[in-house]
Design a protein around this ligand. Structure first.
Ligand code: B3K
Ligand code: ZN
Length: 897
C-alpha cells in the first residue's frame, strides 16, 4: 500500500452494522494452485436501518460472480477496490422495503502463495486459516467485523490422499466422496453457536490425532482431539493434560462449562503468534502444543500449559461473549490473560508466577508505555489493528482485571463475572459492559477506576512515611501522577489499590488500625484505595516505627517510589510475609547497588563487590542448603540479578555497556565468592529421577542450572567439565540446553573447542526437530560474547533458516535484536542496520512479523544521543520506502521524529 493512503480508524466513528448475517454457508474446494470459495449469506436489515447499499470487506480476492436472491449481477451493478465490494442500489434490485436477502459470491484465492499467514494459507503440506483480526476478508467478501455474529456451516472438499483430515468449527454433520471427481472427498461442519468471522477456522491435512474425553460438571462427555503430523504424535500428552486441567479449572473457578460436543486443537509450523481460539477448533503454533522431555525445555512445558489454558478460556471470555469492535480487544485478552495466569498460579507456585509476570510487565509493558506506541488498554484509534496485540492490551489489561478482583474480593468478583457472562452471552460488547457488570454485581462504584482503561502511561506512586512516637501514629503520604504519552497529557488521578502491611522490629506483621477505623481491627494486610493526587493514611497504636511492606503482590501496575534504606531492604528480604515483596526487596537492593557501581565506573573508581549483596546471597544460599523444603524456584529468582532489559527500561538514559559491565562484574564476583556453595547447590539438586514437568522438579532444575551458570564464570576446569558432562549426559532438553548455553557463553580457553563441537553435535542430533533447531538458533543469537552479529548473519544462510517461518525469524533475528542487548546495541550501529535490513525484506512477505520485529528500534528514546541518532536514521531509512505495509508504516510513522 502507498504510505500516503494509510487511514486511521477511530473509535468515535463506530456505528452498529446496518445488516446482520443470520447464516453463513461456505463451500471450499482446495487445490494445489488455488482454492475456490462459494459463500451464501442470509442478510437481514438491522433495526430500523434504511441503508440501501451493501459494502463488504474483501482483499486479494479474485471475484468470479455475485448473485443476490439467485439473480446474477452484472459488473455494472457493483464496484470493487482493494478493500471493498460495494453494491450501491439494493433497493433497485430488491424493491424499496426489503428486509432480508440472500447474497452469494464465488471467489478464488491462492493459499499456496499466501506468505502473510493471514486468511487461508499453507503451512508445509497442510491448509489452515488465521482470521483474527481481519483475515477472513482474505477468504471471501464479508462483513468482517466482530459485532456481526452468524451461524456457520462449512463444507471443505479436497484430494483424499493428501488431505484425509478436513476440519472446521463445530460438529461434523456429513461427509462423502465428491461426485464426478475421483479421489476427492468432502466434509460438512456446522457450528450452532453464532460467532464473528474472526473465529472461523478451516484445516485440511494429513494428520494424526491424540484423542481423549472429558466429562463436564453436568455429565456431558466431550470428545477432545489434538491433531499433529505423524512424527509428533508422541508429543501431545502434556497439551492434553493441560486441556483437561483447564476445563476442570474453568468449571470450578468460574462456573464455565464447555458447550460443543467436541474440542479440537491443530498444530501448525507456520504461525504468526502462539495460538488462536477459533470456536471448537483452536489452531496452535507447534511451539505451544508439542512437548516431550527430550525435545522441550521446562519453560516450554509451562508455556504449552499456559497457552492451551488461555485459548480454552477464550471459549467463554472471547467467543461466547465477544468484542463489539477491535478497540475492545482487551475485553477478551486482558480478562483471559488474567484467567490463565491465575490458572498457572494454581497449577504451580503462585509467588513465582507473580514474580515472572511482574518482571515481564516491568520490562516490556513499561517500556511500551514509555515509548512512541504507548496506548491505553482501550485505545481510541489505530492504523493497523494487528499492531495492537500488545503487552498493554494483554498484560496491562490483565493487571486492570486483577485490580478489579482485588477491589471487589473473591466472592463479589465471581458474582461480577457470572453476571457478565449471563448478561452478555451471545453478544459483542465493550470493556464498559464488563466494568458495569462488575459494579452491578458488587455494588462497588468503579467510576474513577475506569481511567485505567482510557489513560496510557505508567503511573508513578510516591510514598513518604512519618512516625510520631508521642501519638504512636504512623503516616503515609501518598501521591500519584502519570506521565504524558503521545496524544494524551494532563492525566486524571486513578483508583490505585495499594495492598500493604507494616512490620515490627521482630519481623512480624502489625495490626493495621487506620485512624478512622474500628480500633478493634486485627487485620495485618489490607488494601488502601488511593484515589487522589495527594493523600494521607494514618495508622495508630504503633509502639515504634514500623517498616512498611508496600504494594504487596504488585497490587497495581505502577512505579512505586519509596526511599528504603539498605538495612530495611535486607530486613524485608528475610521477614516480609508477602513472598512477592521479599523478592522485590532483593531486586530493589540490587538495583541500588548497580546504580552505585555505574556511578563508580563513570567516575573512574575501582569497583568493589558490595558487602550487602554478599550478605544477601549468603543468606539465600544458606537457606536453600539447610532447608530442602524451601521453594527452589523462588530461590533461583532471589539468586538472579535483574536482567539487562529490565535495567535498560528503568534507566533515564541507558548506558548499555556500563550496565553490562557492572552486571558481569557482580555475577563474576558472586560466582567466585560462592563457588563451593554453588557447587553444593548444583550437586544437591542433580537427580537421575525420570523427567517430570511438575512444579517441584522444574524448580529444582532451574536452581541447579542457575548454579551451573555461576560455576561456569570461574576459571575452574572442573566447571567446564561439569557443563560438558551435563550437555552430553542430559536425559532432557532443559539440562542439555543449559549445558550448551554455558559452553557457548564461556570465555574459558578450554571451552573453545568444546563449544564448537557441542554446537555441531547438538545440531546433528536434533536437525530433524524444527523446534529444537529454533533453540539452537536462540542460544547462538543471544550469546553474550563478542562476534554474535557476525554469527547471526552467517546463520541466516543456514539451510534450516527460513525467513517465511515466523518461529525461525523470532529465534534468530528476534532473539538477537530483542534479547542480546550488548550485541544489538553495539556502538557501531551495525545491529540497528541489520534489523532494518531484515525488516524491509520481511515486510514484503509477512507484514505482521516485520512490524513486530521492529520493536527494539522504536525504543530509541532510552539511549544516549549517539545511539538515538543511529537508531533514528534506520527508522527513517525504512520510512523513506514508498510502499510499506500498513503494519510497518504505522510503527515507523509513530516512532520517527
Ligand atoms: N486471539 C489470538 C491473537 C490473534 C492475533 C492476531 N494478529 C490469540 C490469543 O490471544 O489468544
Ligand atoms: Zn488471547
Amino acid at each position: 500500500m502507498k504510505n500516503a493512503s494509510v487511514r486511521t480508524t477511530y473509535l468515535k466513528e463506530y456505528r452498529p452494522p446496518p445488516f446482520t448475517i443470520e447464516t453463513t454457508n461456505l463451500h471450499f474446494d482446495l487445490y494445489e494452485d488455488h482454492a475456490s470459495v462459494v459463500s451464501k449469506l442470509l442478510f437481514k436489515c438491522s433495526g430500523d436501518s434504511d441503508v440501501t447499499s451493501l459494502q463488504l470487506h474483501g482483499q486479494l480476492l479474485k471475484l468470479e460472480k455475485v448473485l443476490i436472491n439467485g439473480q446474477l449481477l452484472n459488473p455494472d451493478q457493483y464496484s470493487r477496490d482493494d478493500e471493498n465490494l460495494t453494491i450501491p442500489a439494493l433497493d433497485g434490485l430488491l424493491g424499496a422495503s426489503f428486509k432480508e436477502f440472500l447474497f452469494e459470491c464465488h471467489t478464488r484465492i491462492e493459499p499456496q502463495n499466501n506468505t502473510a499467514l493471514e486468511g487461508l494459507y499453507k503451512s508445509k503440506k497442510m491448509f489452515c486459516t488465521q482470521c483474527e483480526a481481519e483475515g477472513f476478508r482474505r477468504i471471501t467478501y464479508y462483513l468482517d467485523r466482530p459485532d456481526v455474529m452468524s451461524v456457520f456451516t462449512t463444507t471443505v472438499a479436497a484430494e483424499k490422499a493428501k488431505y484425509p483430515v478436513l476440519l472446521s468449527n463445530g460438529n461434523n454433520i456429513a461427509s462423502g466422496d465428491v461426485d464426478g471427481a475421483p479421489g476427492r472427498h468432502w466434509v460438512t461442519w456446522e457450528d450452532p453457536f453464532k460467532k464473528p468471522s474472526y473465529l472461523f477456522a478451516l484445516v485440511a491435512g494429513d494428520l494424526l490425532s491424540l484423542d481423549d474425553t472429558f466429562v463436564t460438571c453436568s455429565d456431558r462427555e466431550i470428545e477432545l482431539r489434538i491433531f499433529v503430523e505423524e512424527k509428533d504424535i508422541d508429543k501431545c500428552n502434556h497439551a492434553m493434560l493441560s486441556l483437561k486441567n483447564s476445563m476442570r479449572w474453568d468449571e470450578e473457578v468460574y462456573g464455565r462449562e464447555y458447550d460443543l460436543d467436541i474440542f479440537m486443537i491443530v498444530a501448525v509450523d507456520d504461525f504468526n503468534m502462539g495460538a488462536m481460539e477459533n470456536k471448537g477448533l483452536n489452531v496452535f503454533n507447534t511451539s505451544c502444543v508439542l512437548a516431550s522431555p527430550q525435545t522441550t525445555t521446562d519453560f516450554s512445558f509451562q508455556r504449552v500449559e499456559a497457552v492451551v489454558a488461555h485459548e480454552y478460556f477464550h471459549n467463554w471470555s472471547g467467543n461466547r461473549v465477544t468484542c463489539r469492535d477491535w478497540f475492545q480487544l482487551s475485553l477478551k485478552e486482558g480478562f483471559t490473560v488474567y484467567r490463565d495466569s491465575e490458572f498457572s498460579a494454581d497449577m504451580g507456585s503462585r509467588t513465582v508466577k507473580r514474580v515472572e509476570d511482574v518482571s515481564f510487565l516491568q520490562t516490556v509493558q513499561f517500556a511500551e508505555d514509555g515509548g512512541p506506541m504507548a496506548h491505553s488498554v482501550r485505545p481510541d484509534s489505530y492504523m493497523e489493528i494487528s499492531n495492537f496485540y500488545t503487552v498493554t492490551i494483554y498484560e496491562k489489561g490483565a493487571e486492570v482485571v486483577r485490580m478489579i478482583a482485588l477491589l471487589l474480593g473473591p466472592e463479589k468478583f465471581r458474582a461480577g463475572s457470572d453476571l457478565y457472562f449471563e448478561r452478555h452471552d451471545g453478544q459483542a460488547v465493550t470493556t464498559e459492559d464488563f466494568v458495569k457488570a462488575m459494579e452491578d454485581a458488587s455494588g462497588i462504584d468503579l467510576g474513577q477506576f475506569r481511567n485505567w482503561y482510557y489513560q496510557a502511561g505508567t503511573p508513578v506512586v510516591s510514598i513518604q512515611s512519618e512516625f510520631d512516637a508521642d501519638t504512636k501514629r504512623y503516616t503515609l503520604h501518598v501521591s500519584q501522577s502519570c506521565p504524558d504519552t503521545p496524544g494524551q497529557s494532563n492525566k486524571k488521578p486513578l483508583t490505585v489499590p495499594l495492598r500493604l502491611g507494616l512490620l515490627g522490629s521482630d519481623g512480624k506483621d502489625l495490626p493495621l488500625r487506620l485512624l478512622a477505623d474500628d480500633a478493634s481491627t486485627s487485620k495485618t494486610d489490607r488494601v488502601l484505595s488511593v484515589t487522589q493526587e495527594e493523600q494521607q493514611f494514618v495508622f495508630e497504636g504503633l509502639e515504634s516505627e514500623p517498616i512498611p511492606s508496600l504494594l504487596r503482590g504488585f497490587s497495581a501496575p505502577v512505579r512505586l517510589k519509596y526511599d528504603y534504606s539498605r538495612a530495611e531492604l535486607l530486613f524485608l528480604m528475610v521477614n516480609d510475609s508477602d513472598g512477592f515483596n521479599r523478592w522485590n526487596a532483593s531486586q530493589l537492593l540490587t538495583i541500588g547497588l548497580i546504580d552505585e557501581l555505574q556511578s563508580d565506573l563513570a567516575a573512574g573508581r575501582d569497583l568493589a563487590l558490595p558487602q550487602s549483596l554478599v550478605d544477601a546471597y549468603a543468606g539465600v544460599l544458606d537457606s536453600t542448603l539447610s532447608d530442602p523444603s524451601v521453594d527452589k524456584a523462588m530461590i533461583a529468582q532471589l539468586l538472579s540479578l535483574p536482567t539487562i532489559g529490565f535495567l535498560i527500561e528503568r534507566s533515564e538514559v541507558a548506558d548499555v555497556d556500563s550496565i553490562h559491565l557492572v552486571r558481569e562484574f557482580l555475577l563474576n564476583g558472586l560466582a567466585a565468592k560462592f563457588y563451593s556453595l554453588f557447587l553444593d547447590v548444583y550437586t544437591n539438586n542433580t537427580s537421575d529421577a525420570e523427567y517430570a514437568a511438575d512444579a517441584v522438579s522444574i524448580a529444582r532444575r532451574s536452581l541447579k542450572n542457575l548454579a551451573l551458570s555461576y560455576l561456569m564464570r570461574s576459571d575452574e576446569d572442573e566447571a567446564v567439565t561439569l557443563a560438558q558432562q551435563q550437555f552430553v549426559l542430559a536425559s532432557n532438553m532443559t539440562d542439555q540446553l543449559s549445558g550448551l548455553r554455558c559452553l557457548v557463553n564461556s570465555g574459558a580457553a578450554t571451552a573453545v573447542d568444546l563449544k564448537r563441537d557441542a554446537l555441531a553435535s547438538f545440531y546433528k542430533q536434533w536437525s530433524h526437530e524444527p523446534l529444537v533447531v529454533d533453540q539452537w538458533f536462540v542460544v547462538q543469537a543471544v550469546c553474550q560474547l563478542p562476534g554474535s552479529l557476525a554469527q547471526v548473519k552467517q546463520l541466516l544462510e543456514h539451510t534450516d533458516f527460513d525467513i517465511r517461518n515466523p518461529n525461525k525469524v523470532r529465534s534468530l533475528i528476534g532473539a538477537f535484536c530483542g534479547q542480546n542487548h550488548i550485541g544489538f546495541h553495539d556502538a557501531s550501529g551495525e545491529g540497528y542496520e541489520f534489523l532494518a535490513d531484515q525488516v524491509l525484506v520481511l515486510d514484503t512477505l509477512n507484514p505482521q512479523i516485520a512490524s513486530r520485529l521492529l520493536t527494539p528500534l522504536t525504543r530509541w528514546r532510552k539511549f544516549s544521543a549517539k545511539r538515538q541518532g543511529l537508531m533514528q536514521s534506520q527508522l527513517r531509512r525504512i520510512k523513506a520506502q514508498e510502499e510499506l505495509s500498513k503494519d510497518l508504516f504505522e510503527i515507523v510513522e509513530k516512532s520517527t521524529i
